[in-house]
Design a protein around this ligand. Sequence first.
Ligand code: AMP
Ligand code: ZN
Length: 113
Amino acid sequence: MSEEECIFCKIAKGEIGSETVYEDENVIAFRDLNPKMPVHVLVIPKEHYDNLSDDVPEALIGQVFGAAARVAKICGIDESGYRVVSNIGKDACQSVMHLHVHVIGGAPMGDDL
Ligand code: AMP
Ligand code: ZN
């Protein structure tokens, strides 16, 4: 899929609506359309990378994780705990090929991955 057709690129450019939770120059965080937990937010870099294995600059990875921590605070789950998960490729069932991390929480989770 070309970057022009990438749904998360379109969200980053404001061409598709999303419920934005946090945004800065480099990243945007928005609520997942199909939440799996009471809090389920996706953090993406505005620039397109397929996933973590796409030679992503390490500074940008830091910005995505920094934003994930901010999102947790904004959503009030920083004290109770949360997970930051990124699915990469086929075996991990990555369905949108634009680097993203899921920030999930708001209820207890199992101790499996
Ligand atoms: P993954 O399986 O890690 O690639 O996760 C992709 C996530 O993107 C899924 O949890 C979807 O529910 C979510 N998603 C897909 N399209 C949208 C959209 N337009 N707005 C918000 N979340 C979306
Ligand atoms: Zn994209």
